[in-house]
Design a protein around this ligand. Structure first.
Ligand SMILES: C[S@@+](CC[C@H](N)C(=O)[O-])C[C@H]1O[C@@H](n2cnc3c(N)ncnc32)[C@H](O)[C@@H]1O
Length: 284
């Protein structure tokens, strides 16, 4: 079996793509903007909602999260209009009949038709980042248990200071009583943060993106995990299709043999009858 093909809609620079590649997929990305740093196997600039879906074994979609993120309530973002594309995205993925996943922020309306799981960087892979993300899918998936956070986001003033418009990448402090060996935890938000970029890249497990791309991405560890489920579903579908094909082939073979045998029996009966008639004629 060649590498299964996965289409990553709304791919950005490929945080999700990288994890699917690690899970064994050949990944094609689609984004409405040029993605010069994209890390996948092929990338196309197009509208994800009208891109042709044929020729893929599995699908991932990360529609823009701004319409659903709680950060939309920040004073400088209030009143801004963002496209809410989750329902349209689900509709096109349903039409494929193949395994798919939609990813988005924790407040997004995912999991209403199908189940969704939430991944947390700390709980999944001991990354020094929480970055809670929901994954809705038409296949069954389990999430690792959600572990207590060893460090917390401070409320109010601290949030504003840490996440101000010109300091988008923040690093949390330590929580009292938590071993310092856990290191500092990172929150990657906003577009123009200058602080802690190297630490943020390290925490996300991403070294090929610029700051703006990084703030949009998910850690590849998430989709490496999800990709394991998609890969099993693709392999099961492949095995089922192979089995069905082999059974159809065996049935066709048996039918052909039966037809040949029938023809042989008919031909030899005909010959016996013909010979009998000739003998009868000779007697007369
Ligand atoms: C949340 S980011 C995706 C991040 C990516 N999953 C990652 O892990 O790096 C959403 C992306 O959707 C793109 N986008 C927005 N509207 C789109 C559309 N209609 N079609 C395709 N891409 C779109 C944006 O340019 C942006 O790169």
């Amino acid at each position: 079996m060649n590498k299964p093909r996965l289409l990553d809609l709304f791919c950005g620079a490929g945080g999700a793509t990288k994890g699917y590649q690690r899970a064994g997929f050949y990944v094609v990305g689609v984004d409405i903007k040029p993605q010069p740093h994209y890390c996948g196997d092929e990338v196309y600039q197009a509208d994800a909602l009208t891109y042709p879906l044929d020729g893929f074994d599995a699908y991932h979609a990360s529609p823009p999260c701004q319409a659903y993120s709680r950060l939309r309530f920040l004073p400088w973002l209030k009143g801004k209009d963002y496209p809410a594309l989750i329902n349209d995205t689900r509709d096109i993925l349903l039409s494929t009949g193949k395994p798919w996943v939609i990813e988005n922020v924790a407040d997004a309306p995912l999991g209403r038709e199908f189940g969704s799981i939430m991944l947390c960087g700390w709980s999944l892979a001991e990354l020094p980042i929480y970055r809670h993300r929901l994954f809705e899918s038409n296949i069954a998936m389990l999430a690792p248990g959600h572990r207590p956070h060893p460090s917390v986001i401070y409320p109010g003033g601290k949030l504003n200071r840490r996440y101000s418009q010109n300091g988008g990448i923040g690093v949390f402090g330590f929580t009292k009583g938590v071993p310092r060996s856990y290191g500092t935890f990172v929150s990657v938000v906003g577009h123009d943060g200058t602080a802690n970029f190297p630490r943020a890249k390290e925490a996300m497990g991403i070294d090929w993106m610029n700051k703006a791309e990084l703030t949009q991405a998910i850690p590849p560890a998430y989709t490496e995990y999800i990709g394991g489920y998609l890969m099993r579903a693709v392999q099961e579908a492949y095995e089922e299709a192979t089995k069905a094909y082999e059974e159809a082939l065996a049935k066709a073979y048996e039918e052909t043999i039966a037809k040949i045998k029938k023809t042989q029996v008919e031909t030899s009966s005909r010959r016996v009858l013909d010979e009998a008639e000739v003998k009868e004629g000779d007697k007369r």
